[in-house]
Design a protein around this ligand. Structure first.
Ligand SMILES: Cc1cc2nc3c(=O)[nH]c(=O)nc-3n(C[C@H](O)[C@H](O)[C@H](O)COP(=O)(O)OP(=O)(O)OC[C@H]3O[C@@H](n4cnc5c(N)ncnc54)[C@H](O)[C@@H]3O)c2cc1C
Ligand code: SF4
Ligand code: SF4
Ligand code: SF4
Length: 387
């Protein structure tokens, strides 16, 4: 039976919960705001299935993609609403047109991120855009299996560890399953996000949330913004609160790795270990062709790992150029490397402070430490060069 000794050894994919034949595992939120499996030992029959499907215990070998592309969706409206080049929507539309079902991460009515599915093109808009908190898998692995068993084509999109978890849960290959993941920096804590939102919306108690966008391109793709649309309960007046990635303390904390899931610092599914057919990413700084201009509306990097992934991409036909894997790797280290966590402990041990204050303190501490390291190097450089 599953026994998590160290938190870094559970990515929270829920494969064990979904597989247990006695339903004796449930996901419980810890003090850092992440969910972990909790086992009701009384009902456990010690069948071992939970361990067999765990993608952290049973990691695949790292591999390299077959082919890589820079690409954009020619529909600019969709591209602007997507996080990078809008490729996910193109793939999803193709699957729907083929009579398939698409699973992805969407906001639920409590403004938590949750996996759900759609069978219609209009239903895809809720999946568009990165949501920077860990999504709840719920029953979606079980639903995927049901669709696959009756022969429906299924596209499942999620983090690499969710794809790895789904594949372990299914325990066999299905020709009608297509999986899309992304290069993953890590997932921030849903509990920390709730804390941030509570402070941020203190002055808006008579408003309701209508939408949340982590990757709003209102100030451009590179200088993306975190935006919240609000509506006044009585007057129905609408306001949008928007802050760029440098101004928004939640994004600053995310990008500095202060509250990622512990497993994200030892990612079990990076380097294409998830075995997804297609992996998407931001292609920052791509400016190598006449076909794809850097217009600050977003360019995707696409990694193809299977023949089926390549076939689908060519059916979908985005505007694309073939690129070298090493070119993407140079500007997107998260493809192969897990995020470091030097200030994580400090963040969680100061949770009595206002959110913004901790982030500001940590950022200035980081700048100070960088300056200290530089000064140390300058005053000791003769020792480095000698040795
Ligand atoms: C938590 C997170 C970390 C990321 N880290 C990086 C990174 O370090 N480097 C990089 O290049 N790209 C990263 N990305 C991916 C990138 O931002 C784009 O999502 C990706 O390039 C696809 O963009 P798109 O324009 O094709 O489609 P979009 O429409 O933007 O893609 C949305 C897709 O992402 C899925 N998704 C959104 N939020 C979540 C979530 N919380 N959990 C699971 N699935 C989700 C949706 O289901 C949908 O399939 C990250 C995305 C997320 C959600
Ligand atoms: S060993 Fe079997 S019954 Fe026990 S928790 Fe794991 S899957 Fe469930
Ligand atoms: S990684 Fe997934 S399968 Fe493994 S223990 Fe955690 S939730 Fe369960
Ligand atoms: S970094 Fe790895 S462990 Fe963390 S959410 Fe992404 S895929 Fe999962």
């Amino acid at each position: 039976m599953i026994n998590i000794v160290e938190k870094k050894d559970c990515c929270g994919c829920s494969a064990c919960v979904s597989k247990c034949p006695k339903q004796c595992i449930s996901m419980i939120v810890d003090n850092e705001g992440f969910s972990y499996p909790y086992l009701d030992k009384e009902n456990c029959i010690d069948c071992g299935l939970c361990e067999k499907v765990c993608p952290v215990i049973n990691q695949n070998e790292p591999k390299k993609p077959l082919r890589c592309y820079a690409a954009i969706n020619p529909d600019e409206n969709i591209r602007v609403k997507s996080s990078s080049g809008g490729i996910f929507t193109m793939i999803a539309e193709y699957i729907i047109a083929e009579g398939g079902v698409v699973f992805g991460a969407a906001w639920n009515k409590n403004w938590q991120v949750e996996h759900t599915y759609t069978e219609v093109k209009e239903g895809l808009k809720v999946f568009r855009g990165s949501k920077y908190i860990q999504s709840i898998i719920g029953d979606s692995f079980i639903q995927v299996e049901l669709f696959l068993k009756v022969g429906r084509k299924v596209l499942f999109s999620g983090t690499p560890c969710q794809i790895a978890g789904l594949k372990k849960f299914l325990r066999k290959e299905y020709n009608n399953l297509i999986t899309v993941d992304f290069v993953c920096h890590g997932v921030p804590s849903p509990g920390v996000f709730r804390w941030y939102m509570k402070e941020e919306l203190k002055r808006y108690s008579d408003y309701v949330i209508k939408d949340i966008r982590f990757r709003d391109k209102c100030e451009g793709w590179k200088n993306f913004s975190f935006s919240i649309d609000l509506e006044n309960i009585d007057s129905k007046e609408c306001v949008t609160l928007s802050q760029t990635l440098h101004e928004c303390s939640f994004l600053v904390g995310f990008l500095n790795n202060y509250y990622l899931r512990p497993s994200c610092h030892y990612c079990p599914a990076k380097q294409f270990k998830s075995s997804a057919d297609i992996t998407l990413a931001d292609y920052w700084g791509y400016n190598q062709s006449d076909k794809i201009k850097d217009d600050d509306k977003g360019v995707s990097a696409i990694f193809i790992s299977t023949k089926e992934g390549d076939r689908i991409l060519h059916m979908v036909e985005p505007l694309y150029e073939t690129v070298e894997y090493s070119d993407i790797l140079r500007i997107n280290g998260a493809v192969e490397h897990s995020a470091q966590a030097p200030y994580r402990e400090y963040f969680y041990s100061h949770s009595e402070m206002p959110f913004k204050t901790i982030i500001e303190k940590l950022v200035s501490e980081k700048i100070l430490n960088k300056a200290r390291r530089k000064l140390y190097f300058l005053t000791h450089k003769h020792e480095y060069y000698k040795g």
